[in-house]
Design a protein around this ligand. Structure first.
Ligand code: ATP
Ligand code: MG
Length: 559
């Protein structure tokens, strides 16, 4: 069922692959160039991963090139942090832009020249309206707009004013350069859209050189054309901008004319994806940062322990649609489990411990037993685990008055301790409140490794750790960040934040875990997948729950 990255069967090729097939066949293009064009105003999220996997994936498949271009026309303070995080995330996802790292700001001078070209062709003019007036003149969906009073300035006048805009003669927001298209167009994007605005803001790459900045709709298509992009893939909301994309390219006369193709963005249940909303979660301290493991950001998912492979498989599985749709979060978690099942080493950890005393095991002694690291991967090898007279097991794995269907530990019943021995519960010790404090059992020394020489069957295997050797760990269990399936659709999404999305607990884990150097994601047997959190240090392990072993919404199976 799983396909490795982009190995789609011919009949299941999506519509963009088919368009490219056609373009290569007809000779329109010899090779393709795509791009991923993030605006560095936030951290990347799983929706961006879809776009990244699509663009870099196509470049790998056909093959061609994929550029990473920062759409940095909107300077803000955090840019540098965001730029670095975006690069890290793209690399972590497994993609490589090679030498093709670009910035829209690299083209500011060229873009200025293109604007001058438009002015000279009487296709652009300087408008004196302020933002509010522009809105009033724009008209509505049902009514045409009105021409700006300065729409018919002469070319000379426009050239001079535009130069003065650049020279800092005018106040921020007091003038714009606008395309001269059609104020009555049924497509509001074509009603003389702004191409440049005045804004005195320090730019991380161009410093204070510019006090006018080009608008997205002007910058984006020209950046694509300058870079020789063949297929410019974007999400559906840009469909109505496509006529403007094409207009700018045609009217500036730039040779290359990339084809804009829209696809449906990724929406995930129980998740918000707009950067503005994600930023709000961070700024209002609802989460601990952009990389909080509850965030749908790439960095949050990495910290939570999602493998990059799982995210790539997910992006592959969801395919590409031309209509808006919402994908179940459970599918992403399925991909995470599927990937971790193959790669994560197994370990033992007891999350709700009760002491188990093996009364016929010599006091003060211990031995080491051998355990398999990953039954799905022989190369993962084996490790040693210490065994002694006093262990911890899960409280839930014992029942004093066990019903018939309970196969785990109960008085008089023999169970297997994973990788160790068969043990039989003989009695329990309780405190004054009636709570069990110790379970006493005997072991059969002939069953080392977990099998009886006489072949007698035991139904249940439970995990354990040696009390004396176990290491304490902090456990951070995450639940859904939202209680509502489509928080993005709600007027105030913050009302639907799950107040119990983080539960901190503790566990006793086998000592080997504290010696692991490659701090990735592991499985605590019978419990779930957990990732070392960067908050871990030499005397305190901290784990994030990546996913439980099974989808909790599916019916739990009895063990
Ligand atoms: P937001 O609207 O939340 O600010 P954005 O779309 O403006 O996000 P950009 O940095 O401009 O974010 O996005 C870079 C690229 O990622 C764009 O090509 C955009 O279409 C794509 N993208 C963003 N969100 C999604 C999504 N949910 N699914 C697929 N592609 C997406
Ligand atoms: Mg955007």
């Amino acid at each position: 069922m799983t396909k490795e990255d982009n190995q789609a069967e011919p009949e299941s090729r999506h519509f963009i692959q088919q368009i490219i097939d056609g373009d290569l066949e007809s000779g329109k293009h010899k090779t393709i160039t795509t791009r991923f064009p993030p605006e560095p105003n936030g951290y990347l999220h799983i929706g961006h991963a879809k776009s990244i996997c699509l663009n870099f994936g196509l470049a790998k498949e056909f093959p061609g090139k994929c550029h990473l271009r920062f759409d940095d026309t909107n300077p803000s303070k955090e840019d540098v942090e965001f730029v670095e995080s975006i690069k890290e995330d793209v690399k972590w996802l497994g993609w490589d832009w090679n030498d093709n790292l670009f910035h829209a700001s690299d083209y500011f001078e060229k873009l200025y020249d293109f604007a001058v070209t438009l002015i000279k062709k009487e296709k652009a003019y300087v408008c004196d309206l302020n933002a509010e007036e522009v809105r009033e003149y724009r008209g509505t969906l049902t009514e045409p707009g009105n021409d700006c009073p300065t729409r018919n300035r002469t070319v000379e006048e426009n050239l001079e004013l535009f130069q003065q805009m650049r020279d800092g003669v005018f106040e921020d927001g007091s003038k714009t350069l606008r395309a001269k298209i059609d104020m009555a167009s049924p497509n509001i994007n074509m009603r003389d859209p702004a191409l440049y605005r005045i804004r005195r803001a320090h730019h991380d790459r161009t410093g204070d050189k510019w006090c006018i900045y080009p608008m997205y709709d002007f910058t984006h298509c020209l950046s694509d054309a300058i870079e020789g992009i063949t297929h410019s893939l974007c999400s559906l909301e840009f469909q109505d901008h496509r006529p403007l994309y094409d207009w700018v390219i045609d009217e500036t006369g730039i040779e290359c004319h990339p084809q804009q193709i829209e696809f449906a963005r990724l929406n995930l249940s129980y998740t918000v994806m707009s950067k503005r909303k994600l930023r709000q979660l961070v700024e209002e301290n609802i989460v601990k940062g952009w990389d909080d493991p509850r965030m749908p950001t790439i960095s949050g998912m990495r910290r939570r322990g999602y493998p990059a492979q799982a995210i790539r498989n997910f992006c592959d599985k969801i395919g590409l649609a031309k209509r808006e749709n919402t994908i179940e979060l459970a599918l992403l978690e399925f991909c995470v489990r599927e990937s971790l099942n193959k790669t994560a080493n197994r370990h033992m950890g007891v999350f709700n411990p009760v002491k188990l005393v093996i009364t016929n095991y010599p006091e003060g002694e211990s031995e080491t037993l051998e355990a398999i690291n990953n039954p799905e991967d022989e190369t993962a090898g084996k490790r040693s685990i210490p065994f002694s007279r006093e262990l911890y097991i899960e409280r839930d794995d014992f029942m004093e008055d066990a019903p018939k269907k309970f196969f785990r530990m109960a008085p008089g019943r023999e169970v297997r301790l994973r990788y160790a021995y068969l043990v039989t519960c003989q009695s329990v010790v309780k405190d004054d409140a009636g709570e069990i404090t110790e379970i006493h059992c005997t072991y059969d020394p002939e069953t080392k490794g977990g099998n009886a020489p006489d072949g007698r069957k035991v139904k249940s295997t439970i995990h354990w750790v040696s009390a004396e050797h176990a290491v304490d760990a902090e456990i951070r269990n995450y639940e859904l960040l939202f209680t509502e399936e489509s928080p993005e659709a709600k007027e105030n999404f913050l009302e639907f934040v799950n107040k119990d999305s983080l539960n901190i607990g503790s566990a006793k884990v086998e000592p080997y875990v504290s010696t692991i150097e490659n701090k990735g994601t592991l499985q605590f047997e019978r419990i779930g997948y957990y990732a070392f959190d960067p908050d871990s240090h030499s005397d305190k392990l901290v784990f994030n729950r990546t996913v439980p072993l099974r989808d909790p919404s599916k019916k739990a199976k009895g063990k």
